[in-house]
Design a protein around this ligand. Sequence first.
Ligand SMILES: [Ca+2]
Ligand SMILES: [Ca+2]
Ligand SMILES: [Ca+2]
Ligand SMILES: [Ca+2]
Length: 356
Amino acid sequence: MILGKSLLIKLGSVYLALLLIFLMMDVNARPANMSAHKDKSPNSKEENEILPPDHLNGLKMEMDGHLNKDFHQEVFLGKELEEFEEDSEPRRNRKKLKDIFSKVDINKDKSVSAKEMQRWIMEKTEEHFQEAVKENKLNFRAVDPDGDGHVAWDEYRVKFLASKGFNEKEVAEKIKNNKELKIDEETQEVLENLKDRWFQADNPPADQLLNEEEFLSFLHPEHSRGMLKFMVKEIVRDLDQDGDKKLTLSEFISLPVGTVENQQAQDIDDDWVRERRKEFQEVIDANHDGIVTEEELEEYMDPMNEYNALNEAKQMIAVADENQNHNLELEEILKYSEYFTGSKLMDYARNVHEEF
Ligand SMILES: [Ca+2]
Ligand SMILES: [Ca+2]
Ligand SMILES: [Ca+2]
Ligand SMILES: [Ca+2]
């Protein structure tokens, strides 16, 4: 009995110790994760407004070469994208989705064909363009406070460094007097990249001044053929390992250095690789020779490409086409609401019930 009891106590304390270790691990893990997230978040709102965004709505790929996971939702919802995200009330979302359906279905045969969807995608892409133009007006005002319609590289540089926590007056004074700026290596590298981009966005005659339209293409490369090419070159440069300015599958699916940190990240990376391989083989490498050239990537990225829009339309239809008629009916879209809008219609069945 006594032995049994002491054994129990021993087991109990071992268990307790393990539990404590487990709890400590958990406690230790969390702040580390949170701080990692914090490091990634932008320093200020101001920086967000004047820096070229990594993610561009309606573009297949992000500035850093990642695939845009929300692409099909973006080209399906257009500028209503955020409304859907914020408003998850199923009844209202259902109504909105019904409204969208009737707009996509131009010939009113209660069925959406690939052609109809293609036209819709082009329209919604145009909406994202207009949104960017609108936003750019505000951003431009922020970098051109005297309102003369031109921003010099030096002016922009001051604003950028200020957003990075440098003293705006001090930096401006130093630049004016050609004095050396003490900038850390990382910020310096970002600055160099921005400078390349700045000069690329500066249409001839190159005067180092950007007007509103040039500034738009600086922030949004999809608004100018030249900048889109530039973005593609940068992505290829970042992924290309042997320097032949072309991408093999293995270059395209190589993980950026330092991404794999733990098992969970590894699992995410497996999906990441799978998706990229599929996209490379089935879509980007248009002539299927196993190599992606800058031209192929540019075609793929071009948001105004009608052939891409038709492909996207067919893909969207295939996902939800339960009755296999190569068209989408309202029921199919409602059922696959999460795919099209990012938000589930959880009590969809109940709503139907209430309605009839
Ligand atoms: Ca139709
Ligand atoms: Ca290569
Ligand atoms: Ca190819
Ligand atoms: Ca169908």
